[in-house]
Design a protein around this ligand. Structure first.
Ligand SMILES: *Cc1c(COP(=O)(O)O)cnc(C)c1O
Length: 456
């Protein structure tokens, strides 16, 4: 019986004679449709073996069509972030400003003076483009840009501490997320790690005690994604830098977040700023481009000219360099700071600066529009977070749209299947949509997505 049904299934060749599939092969390419036929036939055979009846030919063809359409659809798609987590690493961290996007598009479209000195008519340096703005913004003597902050740390260690020792506090041997573990990055760079102090308390004397001829670097890592409270002590960066310099060593500070604006302005705790690290005496400071800086993914190292020059000459810099599109975007984002328009123009800072009243008004608008579609929703107090491993435990008061549904998990899953997908939070059995992280241009799509799920 089963054998009969299996034998009745058409071959790939005969499926490919179908008009619909021949048209699709014109659009998507022959190979895509043949693959979809094979996969559909395999799946159908399995279903028959599991007791299902052989499908009608039309259904089979439709399955192939759906499979082929899925195969040619990009897997990386825009998502509406209604979680209230501003720098959501899983959702791509910082959305970019209009000017940043325009600059990246222009750089991508044509040729540029990426490594060409237009005045001299000869080869120039790609490092030049972002460096001078970074120097002006932070007061650093020099700067270099690499692929991300993990690469920045790797480059610093490989350049100055390969085959030598780096001293770091046990309290700072952290995992930043996405597999960035400080001890493992250090090992990869060829530097030997010397751990000092205890998890909760490390004094400057702990560093001083282990310095030897083998030591190259004293390192501080900003424990950006967790908060240690209670009986704790860390050596200050000033102490570290002055000890390093006394012993002719370098002091490097891995900051991560890259806040160029004081977060206390918005009722948050103070996130350490790169210019403060320089003022404290650090020779090298590394920050991310796509966290609190609000730009494209990059790692920025600022510091003393001699040290930055050594980084630029290291062969790894070639492997870790950023492309023209990133450089163009980073430059555009940095210019917002220079022009004093970061809060207004950089999306993550507009989100941080949005007041409870503004968010309440946006939530009201969504609730009213849902009411027009006969969907009941209310407005609740909620808390947005910074995310991206910055400012752990710090929240911004927000007003969210709450929808009570029978099965919140199921409803959230359906929201994730709308186009564009919507990612929401669930609290107390309700769907929570925080308008803080929904971009103004996405508000209509958010609304139609919710309505669509109710109609499913
Ligand atoms: C985020 C972070 C990193 C990793 O930065 P990426 O830009 O994600 O590579 C490294 N160190 C610290 C302290 C961080 O916060």
């Amino acid at each position: 019986m089963k054998q009969d049904q299996l034998r009745q299934l058409p071959s790939v060749d005969s499926l490919m004679q179908d008009h619909t599939l021949r048209d699709l092969a014109q659009r998507y390419g022959h190979a895509v449709i043949v693959d979809a036929c094979r996969a559909t036939l395999d799946a159908t055979r399995q279903e028959i073996l599991n007791g299902a009846d052989a499908p009608m030919p039309a259904l089979l063809i439709d399955n192939v069509r759906q499979r082929a359409e899925r195969a040619v659809r990009p897997s990386l798609v825009p998502v509406i972030n209604a979680t209230g987590v501003i720098i959501h690493t899983n959702l791509g961290r910082a959305p970019l400003s209009d000017d940043t996007i325009a600059a990246m598009k222009t750089a991508a479209q044509g040729y540029s003076n990426l490594e060409y000195d237009l005045d001299a008519g000869e080869r120039g340096s790609r490092h030049a483009h972002a460096e001078s703005i970074i120097m002006r913004l932070t007061g650093a003597e020099a700067a270099v840009v690499v692929n991300n902050n993990a690469a920045a740390v790797m480059l610093i260690l490989a350049t100055f501490a390969r085959g030598k020792q780096v001293i770091i506090s046990r309290g700072q041997l952290v995992e930043i997320g996405g597999g960035f573990r400080v001890p493992e990055v250090m090992k990869q760079s060829g530097a030997a790690l010397v751990e000092v102090g205890t998890t909760n308390r490390t004094y400057i004397a702990d560093y001083a005690r282990v310095i030897s001829d083998e030591t190259a670097l004293l390192m501080r890592v900003h424990t950006s994604n967790f908060k240690m409270v209670g009986f704790t002590h860390e050596a200050s960066l000033e102490e570290l830098a002055s000890l390093a310099h006394e012993k002719n060593l370098l002091c490097a500070d891995d900051l991560g977040s890259g806040a160029l604006i004081d977060t206390t302005t918005y009722g948050l705790a103070h996130e350490p700023m790169p210019q403060e690290s320089l003022a404290a005496g650090a020779d090298l400071v590394s920050i991310s481009g796509d966290k609190l800086l609000g730009g494209p993914q990059a790692g920025i190292i600022i510091g003393k000219k001699n040290a930055i020059d050594a980084l630029k000459k290291h062969p790894l810099t070639r492997a870790l360099r950023v492309d023209k599109v990133t450089l163009a975007g980073l430059q555009a984002t940095l210019l917002h700071y220079l022009k004093n328009e970061a809060i207004k123009k950089i999306p993550i800072w507009s989100m941080i600066a949005a007041t409870r009243e503004e968010l309440d008004a946006r939530a009201h608008k969504i609730v009213e529009q849902l009411a027009d579609a006969k969907i009941e929703a209310s407005i609740v107090d909620t808390e947005s977070t910074i995310g991206g491993g910055s400012l752990p435990g710090e929240t911004l008061p927000s007003r969210a749209v709450a929808i009570a549904v029978a099965s919140p998990d199921d409803f959230a899953a359906r929201l994730r299947r709308t186009n564009p997908p919507i990612v929401a939070r669930i609290e107390e059995n309700r769907i929570i949509l925080d308008p803080r992280t929904v971009l103004p241009a996405e508000q209509d799509a958010l609304l139609s997505g919710i309505i669509q799920v109710f109609k499913m």
